[in-house]
Design a protein around this ligand. Structure first.
Ligand code: UD1
Ligand code: MG
Length: 451
């Protein structure tokens, strides 16, 4: 026996109940397609090859995972045993040398590498079980296969609910779906599975009875119900999302991030939160965000593709879009949108601004209502603001344009020409003040006959 490991991921099911043009396994949980959660778990264990079995019309799935896994096609959905067979060629090598083949489902994003590792460990145990089945004890066994144990607590067989008698239906221990199977006998056991059952399907679950009849042992590894959660519908997708969010929040807090109201913070699979980061209630993280130590994300902010350096403060009500790079100690305040812009350490944009395709130098101050006019209807242009510059409120910076280090731009300016370092630029109409003019104006309005 070798400890080689391969995996087959079943993804050929129709997913009809999703009522979607997107194949079921490409629906996302915490921003990552379900099938990628499964591939990542298999990858963590070093499974090689990983073979994803799809239906013939699932080009989108094959495209999405190309380079990550081998694919095989199940021509017709004839059951879970039939679904493993298309992987035969890809698994020829491990079948010859021996090892373990994990069978996984592409629609179970909550499955953890730790549980799979326990299954592989059980497979490699001294009793050399031919099949290790993942068991769980749901509140309602519903339509799950029931695990029938022998007197020695080893696994005797699996009975699908529809084929079970009343005694078997009373069994609370159910089949979670994942199996770890002896590669050297996998395909001969699959070939022995028939379809004489209520659904006329080739049940992978029959493999246990077949292994037992050949004198081999089978074993069960038990996991939390949540890990076996399969998604069949939009409601199921929302349930999986909630479970994944709970897991991501718990991990973030374990790693030293404060989430004041964790249930209101939405994380992405790749959100990186440093030590002593505080995330206030109602914050949403899209893909590709990292927040470094001690930074604070205040309520109602939305971040995506952004980095927030140590000690920076973002929000409340801030929007960081892809390419926002907020330097150490910088402040991004309410109703400020940053896109593809480097905000250098200590710079501030505290109110009502749009900063896009720009650099804001260290300790520069961006006044309320400042807008970088980065788009002329054809192309995007860059705005460069030097260190220590002061941009007065309600300034429009018409890119491409540069404001030098230490320069000051007066409030209400429309800046179209570069402002040199330490210069003062004011671009607005001169203010005209007429003493007593307001009094005369009111008097003119009060004259009879005038409207
Ligand atoms: C299966 C198990 C059941 C277990 C349950 C756990 C069998 C016969 N039954 O039942 O014991 O409790 O999972 O969720 O295995 N698939 C294919 N091709 C097919 C059929 C299925 O790729 O021809 C894929 C599906 O896309 C799905 C997975 O296999 O990802 C499981 O199939 P599903 O029909 O959901 O099996 P269950 O009836 O739920
Ligand atoms: Mg199912």
């Amino acid at each position: 026996m070798t400890d080689r490991l391969a995996a087959v991921v079943l993804a050929a099911g129709k997913g009809t109940r999703m009522k979607s043009d997107l194949p079921k396994v490409l629906h996302r949980v915490a921003g990552k397609p379900m099938i990628e959660w499964v591939l990542d778990a298999a990858g963590t264990l070093g499974a090689d090859p990983v073979v994803v079995v799809t239906a013939p019309d699932q080009d989108a799935v094959r495209a999405a995972i190309s380079g990550r896994a081998t694919t095989a096609i199940q021509e017709q959905a004839l059951g879970t045993a039939d679904a493993v067979k298309p992987a035969r060629d890809a698994l020829a090598s491990i079948a010859a040398t021996g090892g373990t083949v994990l069978v996984l489902y592409g629609d179970t994003p909550m499955m953890t590498p730790a549980t799979l590792a326990r299954m592989v460990e059980a497979r490699n145990g001294k009793e050399n079980p031919a099949v290790v089945v993942l068991g769980f004890e749901p509140d309602d066994p519903a339509l799950y296969g029931r695990l029938v144990l022998g007197a020695d607590h080893s696994l005797e067989r699996i009975v699908e609910t529809r084929d079970a008698g009343p005694v078997e239906r009373d069994i609370g221990l159910c089949n979670g779906g994942v199996m770890a199977i002896d590669a050297s006998v996998l395909f001969e056991m699959l070939d022995a599975i028939g379809n004489t059952n209520v659904k006329s399907e080739f049940y992978l679950t029959d493999i246990v009875g077949i292994a037992r009849a050949a004198g081999r042992r089978c074993a069960v590894v038990i996991c939390d119900t949540i890990e076996t959660m399969g998604v069949d519908s939009r409601a199921g997708l929302a349930t999986a999302e909630a479970a994944m969010q709970a897991r991501l929040r718990a991990t973030a807090m374990d790693n030293g991030t404060t989430l004041t109201a964790p249930e209101t913070v939405f994380l992405c699979h790749d959100t990186k939160l440093g030590r002593d980061v505080t995330v206030h209630p109602h914050v949403v993280f899209g893909a590709g965000v990292s927040v470094e130590d001690g930074a604070e994300i205040r309520s109602f902010s939305h971040l995506e593709g952004a980095r927030v350096a140590a000690g920076a403060i973002v929000g409340p009500y801030a929007r960081l879009r892809p390419g926002a790079d907020i330097g150490a100690g910088a402040h991004i305040g309410n109703f400020v949108e940053i896109k593809n812009a480097v905000i250098e350490p200590g710079a501030k944009a505290n109110h009502l601004s749009y900063v896009g395709d720009a650099r804001v130098g260290a300790k520069a101050n961006i006044g309320a209502g400042t807008i970088t006019c980065n788009y002329d209807g054809f192309a995007k242009h860059h705005t460069d603001i030097g260190a220590g510059a002061f941009i007065g409120s309600n300034t429009a910076l018409v890119a491409p344009v540069t404001v030098g280090d230490g320069a000051i731009v007066g409030a209400g300016s429309v800046v179209t020409k570069d402002v040199p370092a330490d210069a003062l630029a004011v671009v607005r109409g001169a203010e005209k003040v007429i003493p007593g003019g307001a009094v005369r104006f009111r008097a003119s309005r009060a004259k009879p006959g005038k409207g």
